[in-house]
Design a protein around this ligand. Structure first.
Ligand SMILES: NC(=O)c1ccc[n+]([C@@H]2O[C@H](COP(=O)([O-])OP(=O)(O)OC[C@H]3O[C@@H](n4cnc5c(N)ncnc54)[C@H](O)[C@@H]3O)[C@@H](O)[C@H]2O)c1
Length: 253
């Protein structure tokens, strides 16, 4: 098997400038894909595209707020105009912060649901026609163990939105299976990214990982990216509509 299984493929990653999205963008590029790096952080997004090109890959950055339809439309149009199509998409944007049921405001609810659930829907809406035109492809959405299990460190809107991502994934997978497009999602457990580091210091991260994840340690972004890459690969040709938990053994409860 080639170590560049995505040669000739175009991959789009949202929330690519940091954390899990960054790890996935690098992994797609290492395996031969041309990567459309997208984020609202221009500096880090541009730097990642430059890093991929310096390592011999092909990438470009386009700023897009994945909750804004006009941005998503022009992002997908860019894949078509600059690279000729779209085969792989990692709809990864999502956001949460810990607030109890009673502390969450309507604005918090709307923002959380927009970033965590509207964004992957908008991405799928506009990616699917271009993927069809490109002869098929694979989409991976980022859900979360907070959408599968009770995760008190996440807020209620995030938990609901991520459960929604899992069901949207099943819905889309069935709707487009005949078009040779597979749609799956990954549910990470506690993963070492800036999003987590903003709320938990290293000791708290380790304690939470030990409590919730039987393997007993925090997950690295590249370990989530490995699952994304597999779901996009020919090895997963008969896998669609699934939610793959990358969570060190954490179970639904
Ligand atoms: N880190 C974890 O423990 C964990 C666990 C479960 C699920 N997740 C999910 O994984 C995904 C990635 O999280 P992460 O921890 O890598 O986060 P991160 O904060 O490290 O990176 C998120 C990236 O998304 C970008 N972004 C934020 N809002 C955006 C928007 N509206 N449009 C475009 N880009 C935007 C940010 O600028 C940043 O570069 C999210 O969906 C998150 O909910 C993370």
């Amino acid at each position: 098997m080639t170590d560049r299984p995505f040669d000739g493929k175009v991959a789009l990653v949202t929330g690519a400038a940091a954390g899990i999205g960054r790890a996935a963008a690098l992994a797609f590029a290492e395996r031969g894909a041309v990567v459309l790096v997208s984020d609202i952080d221009d500096t880090a997004g541009e730097a990642l595209a430059t890093e991929i090109e310096a390592a011999g890959g092909r990438a470009c950055f386009q700023r897009a707020d994945a909750t804004a339809e006009a941005d998503v439309v022009s992002l997908v149009a860019r894949a078509r105009s600059t690279f000729g199509g779209l085969h792989l998409a990692f709809n990864n944007v999502g956001f949460s912060w810990g607030r109890g049921i009673g502390d969450l405001t309507v604005e918090d609810w709307d923002r959380t649901v927009a970033v965590s659930m509207r964004a992957p829907w908008l991405c799928m809406k506009h990616e699917l026609p271009v993927m069809r035109e490109s002869g098929g492809g694979a989409i991976v959405n980022t859900a979360s163990m907070a959408g599968v299990a009770y995760a008190p460190e996440a807020n209620i809107a995030y938990s609901a939105a991520k459960a929604g991502v899992i069901q949207m994934t099943r819905y889309a997978a069935n709707a487009v299976a005949a078009d040779h497009i597979r749609v799956n999602c990954v549910s990470p457990g506690l993963t070492r990214t800036a999003a987590v580091e903003r709320f938990l210091d290293a000791r708290q991260q380790q304690e939470l990982a030990a409590q919730t994840q039987p393997i007993g340690r925090i997950i690295e972004p590249s370990e989530v990216a490995d699952a994304v890459i597999w779901l996009c690969s020919s090895g997963a040709a008969m896998v669609t509509g699934e939610n793959i938990c990358v969570a060190g053994g954490q179970q639904a409860r």
